[in-house]
Design a protein around this ligand. Structure first.
Ligand SMILES: [Zn+2]
Length: 125
């Protein structure tokens, strides 16, 4: 069943989303900078107990995974800001339909409309 097309963003909505994107960009840059040390590989020569070393390695892996997620999101945020500059923000990068405010409100950096997003998630599994 085809979804009704999303309306274009109003100027107020577009402005709110751009503010959200810039705030996200700053936030992600800060989180990435702040967790850099915790993501450094565990020094295996450091004389700590075996259990605390396993803890430290698990901790480091978790920080690393969350940093990967943040770095990916930061790239998507920058790509979204580039689309703002180009005047194509709010359009799906795949099918060029409007992504829609409700979706962008939740994820201002979302590059795809809901239909393309679910298609690509199905395809990658
Ligand atoms: Zn699309």
């Amino acid at each position: 069943m085809a979804r009704p097309p999303e309306p274009e963003l109003t100027p107020t909505e577009a402005e709110a989303l751009q503010r959200a994107l810039r705030a996200l960009e700053r936030e992600l840059a800060q989180s990435l900078a702040g967790s850099r040390e915790a993501a450094a590989p565990v020094d295996l020569d450091e004389p700590i107990g075996r259990v605390s070393r396993i803890d430290a390695i698990q901790q480091q892996k978790m920080v690393e995974a969350s940093r990967d997620g943040m770095a990916l999101r930061a790239r998507q945020v920058r790509a979204a800001l580039a689309r703002v500059a180009e005047g194509t923000y709010g359009e799906c990068v795949s099918c060029e339909e409007n992504v829609g405010y409700r979706r962008l409100e939740a994820r201002p950096e979302a590059p795809f409309c809901i239909a393309c997003q679910s298609r690509s998630e199905r395809g990658s599994r």
